[in-house]
Design a protein around this ligand. Structure first.
Ligand code: UD1
Length: 370
């Protein structure tokens, strides 16, 4: 009998830390049960700092299949992935295709698989921001609709899928695989003491990341956020590891000088996983529009100002340490005052964010395909 194989799809930076623990759990459980897997990299992210560095530092084996799609408009990128992944599927049919999160690679590979009758498994299913202007929200809705097995990270996802009428038997609350990686890697990250490299003391600096179109695609909005951050940097130093897309826009909008002239605002290239985690864990406050960092700061109990009007991860606000502040200077400043005055929720443990989500996933998948 031919060995059954499961495809694991990753394409963009936030996928890699979700893939790593699942590969490890597969290695432990699948080998003895005669199952195999294949890592499929779409190539959506390709810069070493957005891609290779995560494979190396998280011990992810090199991809078995590389689609090499690169950047493009949403339509172009999604179509390229769909076409190239389908070609691989026609050569070798896996028993299931597992997709992670909400990036273009997620929806494109789900679509390619389902059209060939291959069951789709979605890790991080059910999350909804209810904001259809976000490309990720469209990816989430479409991927969930196509999925045969929906693996959910927080309670709101279960509610959303129930309301949408998804059959109960397809849905499992498994916890958060990104937190699996954090739990495993935190000691190594803390050892790095990355803050010293920039001359900071623990809890005496802020960390900023920005890449969402709603914050960086409009020069006025981006300028407004920078003004608040520059004011903050006069109080405590701010480190700003910028996504390549944000860097490009800073330069296009001629806003780079604002950052360069601000003495205590340090613009740096995207950071490797452990450095970013170390900086997050020791920051006084994190300002971000990243979904993953909202979750990570909640786990770490570090105050997080989420620079968005909504979140698909409401547990980070309800139980965690995140507050939605949009990109309105008054709200950002008020929240910063609260952090500085120690007037911030301490955060509580989030159910099933315990470092074992990937083990639960491997067990569910083994039953699903055998
Ligand atoms: C993607 C995801 C987003 C996720 C983010 C994390 C979608 C719709 N969006 O956004 O949900 O939060 O990844 O980083 O999938 N670029 C480089 N080098 C790279 C990759 C990208 O320079 O390795 C630049 C290119 O100019 C590219 C732009 O960044 O056009 C945007 O990249 P893309 O993958 O389309 O979306 P992200 O903004 O990275």
């Amino acid at each position: 009998m031919k060995k059954k194989v499961i495809d694991l799809v990753a394409g963009a930076r936030p996928n890699f830390m979700k893939l790593a623990p699942v590969v490890r759990a597969f290695r432990d459980l699948f080998q003895e049960n005669g199952l195999g897997w294949r890592i499929v990299h779409t190539g959506q992210h390709y810069d070493h700092s957005m891609n290779g560095v995560f494979f190396e530092s998280l011990d992810i084996p090199p991809p078995d299949v590389h689609l090499g799609v690169g950047s493009g408009t949403h339509g172009t990128q999604t179509a390229r992935i769909l076409e190239r992944y389908e070609a691989h599927l026609l050569e070798k049919q896996p028993a299931a295709t597992v997709v992670f999160g909400d990036v273009n690679s997620t929806v494109a590979c789900a679509l390619a698989a389902v059209k060939l009758g291959i069951p789709v498994v979605h890790v991080e299913a059910g999350l909804r921001s209810f904001d259809r202007t976000m490309p990720e929200e469209i990816n989430r809705i479409v991927t969930d609709t196509l999925s045969d097995l929906l693996l959910v990270s927080e309670h709101s996802g279960m509610e959303n899928l129930r309301r949408e009428g998804v059959e109960n038997g397809k849905v499992h609350l498994v916890g958060n695989v990104m937190i699996d990686t954090l739990v495993r890697e935190l000691p190594r990250a803390l050892d790095k003491k990355t803050y010293l490299r920039y001359g900071f003391n623990k809890k005496e600096y802020a960390l900023l990341t920005l890449h969402r179109p709603s914050n960086v695609d409009d020069s006025e909005i981006l300028g407004r956020i920078l003004d608040v951050v520059i004011a903050l940097s006069k109080e405590i130093p701010v480190i700003f590891p910028a996504h390549p897309r944000t860097c490009k826009l800073l330069s296009e909008f001629h806003l780079e000088h604002l950052v360069i002239d601000a003495e205590n605002l340090h613009l740096v290239a995207p950071l490797p996983y452990h450095d970013n985690l170390c900086l997050m864990a020791n920051a006084k406050v994190v300002l971000t529009d990243s979904g993953g960092m909202q979750e990570e700061t909640s786990y770490l109990r570090v105050p997080c100002l989420t620079l968005r009007e909504n979140t698909e991860r409401p547990v980070t606000v309800d139980l965690g340490t995140s507050r939605l502040v949009g990109n309105d200077p008054a709200r950002i400043e008020a929240a910063l005052r609260d952090v500085m005055n120690g007037n911030w929720p301490e955060g509580r443990a989030i159910p099933l964010w315990d470092g074992k989500a990937s083990k639960r996933i491997a067990r569910i998948l083994m039953e699903f395909v055998t």
